[in-house]
Design a protein around this ligand. Structure first.
Ligand SMILES: Cc1cc2nc3c(=O)[nH]c(=O)nc-3n(C[C@H](O)[C@H](O)[C@H](O)COP(=O)(O)O)c2cc1C
Length: 238
């Protein structure tokens, strides 16, 4: 498949046939992840590959994402400073005391690898969906996946044989996402237009309800932020 075709054909797929992708194809998909750029060659990410259906079903229930159970393979992407610390320790060196910037770049490294994998899966005719809902069960996943200190689950990627062909979902217009030469604040017309365009992605047609549910004053991300601060302390990041 042509590169641009893969980019524009990729959708979040949430219905999968209950069948396994051949391991050779999963290896190709993982190789695409491995080829992604990584800041300063640090490889600040790793992923736990879950192919076992029983384990996958358990995680699916835990995070309340039925498509994780239906899919063939699930990857939990992890910010991984543990491997870096081991590498440094092996040569009698210490890892940075302040790890916040490393965490930021770990999330970037992981996202780049995962998007390469999602595109590779599309090019091979498979479906995928990113799963931020792993954030709802970070402590449980740390136990279940035996994640060592200085690792932190970021998001998941489920890959499978699609059992639906979802329509292309809307995006904000190019001129709201890219600012030529310098940042330009948004006009009321642009903001109103954004609600009209993005309303199509929701059942109610009201994008505001979605924005509020996730990112409003009392939204999910507000709650998650509080848990994150506490768990980053426990895992050794702060
Ligand atoms: C970081 C991230 C986390 C996401 N988390 C979830 C999730 O937990 N469950 C889910 O069904 N979709 C999830 N999605 C998929 C988005 O909802 C989807 O990308 C968006 O609605 C646009 O649709 P499209 O991917 O089909 O273009 C996530 C996407 C990203 C990038």
């Amino acid at each position: 498949m042509d590169f641009f075709e893969a980019v524009h054909r990729r959708r979040s797929v949430r219905k999968f046939k209950r069948a396994k992708i051949p391991e050779e194809d999963i290896t190709k998909i993982m190789e695409a992840g491995r080829a992604a750029p990584t800041d300063a060659t640090l490889h600040l990410w790793s992923a736990v590959w879950i192919r076992d259906d029983t384990k996958k079903a358990e995680i699916s229930r835990l995070i309340n994402q039925p498509h994780v159970d239906e899919g063939s393979d699930f990857f939990v992407f992890v910010a991984d400073l543990y491997r870096l610390r081991e590498l440094l320790k092996f040569r009698n060196r210490e890892i940075a005391k302040n790890k916040i910037s490393l965490l930021l770049f770990a999330a970037i490294d992981a996202a780049l690898a995962a998007e390469n994998m999602a595109l590779a899966a599309t090019a091979l005719g498979y479906g995928s969906c990113f799963i931020g809902a792993v954030q709802n069960a970070v402590a449980e996943l740390i136990d279940m996946l035996k994640l060592p200190p200085l690792t932190y689950p970021l998001f998941g990627l489920v890959i499978g044989i699609p059992n639906e062909d979802p329509p292309q979902r809307p995006r904000l217009p190019l001129d709201m996402l890219f600012h030529k030469e310098e940042y330009r604040p948004y006009s009321d017309i642009q903001l109103d237009q954004a609600y009209q365009i993005m309303g199509k992605i929701t059942r109610s047609g009201d994008w505001l309800r979605l924005l509020e549910r996730y990112a409003g004053a009392e939204g999910y991300f507000n709650e998650r932020g509080q848990v994150l601060v506490e768990l980053l302390r426990k895992t050794g990041f702060t």
